[in-house]
Each structure stands twice: as C-alpha cells, then as structure tokens.
Design a protein around this ligand. Structure first.
Ligand code: G3P
Length: 478
C-alpha cells in the first residue's frame, strides 16, 4: 500500500510484515491525514541487533568525522524545512510559522551538538596517585568518556522533530547508535527528519525509526535488553517506563505546572505579554507553558485586565492560517481540558471569556479567582486555559508552587533583583526565569525537572555527557 509511510531500518525504508498501519488524525479536520507502518516486535528485535553492530563501528569513527556528518544532516534538514513544517501543520496543528521555526531550531541544535561534542569529548582527564595518602607517584590514570551503546529516543507530539533531534544529536556525536520511536501524531514529520540523516550518509543501522502502536511495541521497546539508555519526553507514561526499565541511565522530562509569580512592583505590561506568550503559544501545549498565575492581590485586577485585552487579540483558527490558537492535538485532549474547565465552573471560578469549543478547537480562556480546591489549580491542561490564583504574600505563592507534584520551571516578575533571587532559591523547580516566561531554550542551557517533572538534566552539553560513561585506564609504573 503506497499510502503508508515506511519505517527506517538498516539504512532502508521498509514496509512492516504486519501488513497493518496506524492512522494519524489531523487535529483540525479530525479526519485521517497519513498512515504509518505498525511495526512488529520481530522488527524491533532486528533494529536493536543492527543498532548494536552499527554502534561498535561508529564509536571508532573519528570524532571530527561524526561531527562532519551531523553538520551535513543539519544543513539538509534546514533545506527541507518547508515539507517537514507542512507535516507538523497537518499532524499536530502547529501554527505554520512555528512549524518552520521548529525545523530551523532543530538544524541549529544538531550543529551545536557537533561543535560542543568535539570539544567536550575531545578532552579527558589525567590523574596521579600521589595525591592520595600513602601513595607514591606510581600510577597514572587516564580518564575518557565512552558511549553508552544503543539509545532509545521517545519524543512527544508537541515537538516531534525538535525533541527528537535533542536526543539524536547528543547520542550520535557521543558515539552511540539510536532507535527512534516517534509519537504517532508527528510520526510523518519525524520520518522526514530521519530521511535528512539518511541523505547525509550516516552508516546503515546507526539510526532507525520504528513506528507503531504503543500497545504492541511500547513496553517491548522500553524493556528491550538491547537498549542501553532511554531518553523520553512526554507525560505520565515516563513514570511507568522508569518503573519497568532495566538498570540503564534514564533521561526523562514529564511535564510541568509552571507558575508565574507576580509581585506588586513588577512591570505589568511585561507581565501581561509574558503570560499570554507563556500561557497560550502553541495553545498551551508545551511542558514549559505558564500553567498557573500567582499574582499579588493588589495588582491582580490590573494584571487580569491587561491579559484579557491581549487574549482578545489572539487569532483562533486553523494552523495553515498561522492562527495563534489552533485545535488541540486530539479529541480526548480537548475533552480532558473541558473537564478541567467544567470543574472550575462548578466550583465558582470567574470566566474572563466565554468558554467556547468547536471540535478540537478551544478558544483561549483565562480563569480568575481560582482556588486550591479546583483541579485546574494543580493539573496540567495542556491547552489554552490558564488559571489565576490571587495571593496575599510571596510565601503563599512559593508554597503553592512547591506543593505541586511537578517541578519543571517557574518564573517571577519583580524589579527587585534581591527578592527575585530569594524567590528563585525558594522555588523547588529545575529552572526559575526572572522577568520572562519559562522556556527550554536556548537549547544549550540546562533543562531539568524536579519531582514528577523528570530525571536527569537535558540541554545539549548535559545530554552529551549523560549519553556517555567514564572509562579509566591506569598505567602502573615499575
Ligand atoms: O514541551 C516540551 C518542552 O521541552 C518545551 O520546550 O522550547 O517550548 O520551552 P519550549
């Protein structure tokens, strides 16, 4: 069936022997847009085998050559930004301009991995024994970083290309091979991205991409004995994976409930524009989106008015028209968001706009006077709905932030830098942004979550290091 996109194994595009496919539903039309292969467990076994063999040779390939191929893949990816962005528009309803930005950012990320990799991996350590009591200078220790082996990369639907390359780039420069399981929504964009690596001429089997049903190959992949590291970005599934995975390094980023704390002295226009950008870009479907505003009562009315005025200007509609607010990824996601909105309604939240939904398209909604007994005070809507909780002290804000199961990022708005630093120190999150909305980038910055937000730290440098292990060789002098 020529309509089904092939999967990538052993340097070739293949049909699955299952004869089955998985449909990708366009969130805007809610009709099937593309189909991908439903790979089998045997096909996964094959991919793991060849990934293991390919990695051995790749680890011996000079670092500068690995870097050269990555630079080539980055350039090819950027050349093909238009068709890849089009897939993102159709598969995940990402606004057209943001879709192009995602691909360009991905090319830059790959190049940066190559540059960073040659530096940090091209340097080791040399130790002598005589610094430890009782030792003569009779042992020299050479320390280097070696690859882990086969990395399993599982990115989420919201950045199927960028959050795939943020795993692929570090893995490959560090001498690992890589098996990619893209999200179903976004799989075709990911397959196109993989094709750019194919065109760049990477060795056969070094990168593979298997598509299919989570129920068939999900656990099989994550529990596969051939996997030496899992890098996962997504939701609760990550917690289940971490319980089932073997004794291998895990890198996980599992969402957030990023708080925006607003103090009385803040620049309220800056606050409002960051709340709107942070809360509503890609319709709130970012783990780093502002997901709760904690504003001091004395400035709350002013902040809510300013945000309302900006929300009124957001365009709502199809991603092809580059609207600000586009349909959320699936019907079940829209239903979940609606559930949170209805719960807040029953419990007396103030609706700053009328709640409106057509299919998967939900109009942007600001909920004021949200209280801690409402689900939306704690849960992650992953949609264009933003709760405002009015606070009477900074401590109250910090307490709400730290009582969350999540601890990804947070932000604080104030002109007092000393206060900002003290609040940052008190907020138990992986990152705190002062006077700007949370964001993962620039992509070489460390990116990590506390509690249910994840394990390990990402960002280009940290990911490269995380995807290696230490090897020592000790020279014993006569
Ligand atoms: O939702 C995934 C997360 O990595 C967000 O990235 O660039 O939108 O802050 P970004």
């Amino acid at each position: 069936d020529g309509d089904v996109f092939k999967y990538y194994s052993d340097g070739e595009w293949k049909k699955s022997s299952s004869g089955k496919s998985v449909s990708i539903i366009n969130p805007t039309t809610r009709k099937p847009q593309y189909k991908v292969q439903a790979c089998t467990q045997e096909e996964v076994n094959k991919v793991m085998d060849i990934a293991k063999t390919a990695q051995k040779a790749w680890a011996k390939t000079p670092l500068w050559k690995r870097a050269e191929l990555l630079h080539k893949a980055a350039a090819i990816l950027k050349e093909h930004k238009a068709p890849i962005a089009e897939c993102l528009v159709k598969e995940i309803a990402k606004p057209a301009k943001d879709a192009v930005t995602e691909v360009v950012r991905s090319g830059d990320l790959i190049s940066y991995c190559a540059e960073e990799g040659v530096r940090i991996l091209g340097e080791g350590k040399f130790l002598t024994s005589d610094s430890f009591p009782g030792n003569e200078r009779s042992k020299y220790c050479l320390v280097s970083k070696i690859p882990l082996g086969v990395i399993l990369a599982i990115p989420p639907f919201n950045y199927p290309v960028n959050l795939a390359v943020s795993k692929i780039g570090p893995a490959l420069i560090a001498g690992n091979s890589l098996v990619l399981k893209p999200p179903t929504q976004g799989a075709v964009a990911a397959l196109h991205m993989v094709h750019c690596f194919h065109l760049a001429g990477f060795p056969k089997g070094l990168i593979s991409c298997v598509t299919g049903k989570g129920s068939e190959i999900g656990d099989f992949l994550t529990m596969h004995p051939g996997v030496n590291c899992i890098s996962f970005t997504g939701g609760d599934t990550g917690i289940a994976i971490s319980k089932k995975a073997g004794m291998i390094p895990l890198q996980m980023e599992l969402g957030g409930k990023d708080a925006c704390i607003v103090l009385e002295d803040a620049d309220l226009d800056l606050v409002a524009s960051n709340i709107v950008k942070g809360g509503f870009s890609y319709s709130g479907q970012r783990c780093t989106a502002v997901k709760v505003v904690l504003v001091m009562e004395s400035v709350a009315d002013a902040v809510v008015e300013k945000v309302k005025a900006k929300v009124a200007k957001l365009t709502v509609g199809p991603p092809e028209d580059d609207c600000d607010i586009t349909p959320v990824v699936s019907e079940s996601s829209a239903n979940f968001i609606e559930g949170l909105v209805m719960d807040a309604k029953t419990k007396g939240a103030t609706f700053c706009q009328e709640y409106k939904r057509e299919g998967n398209l939900i109009w942007p909604l600001l909920l004021d006077h949200v209280r801690p007994d409402m689900r939306i005070a704690w849960e992650e809507p992953f949609g264009p709905v933003l709760p405002v909780i009015r606070i009477n002290s900074v401590e109250e804000g910090i307490h709400h932030c730290n009582a969350s199961n999540f601890g990804l990022q947070g932000c604080v708005f104030t002109k007092d830098i000393n206060k900002a630093i003290m609040i940052s120190d008190a907020m138990e999150t992986g990152t705190v942004q002062i006077n700007s909305a949370p964001a993962r980038g620039p992509d070489h910055f460390p990116f990590q979550g506390l509690r249910d937000s994840g394990i390990g730290s990402q960002g280009i440098t940290n990911s490269i290091t995380m995807m290696t292990k230490i090897k020592s060789t000790v020279i014993n002098l006569p």
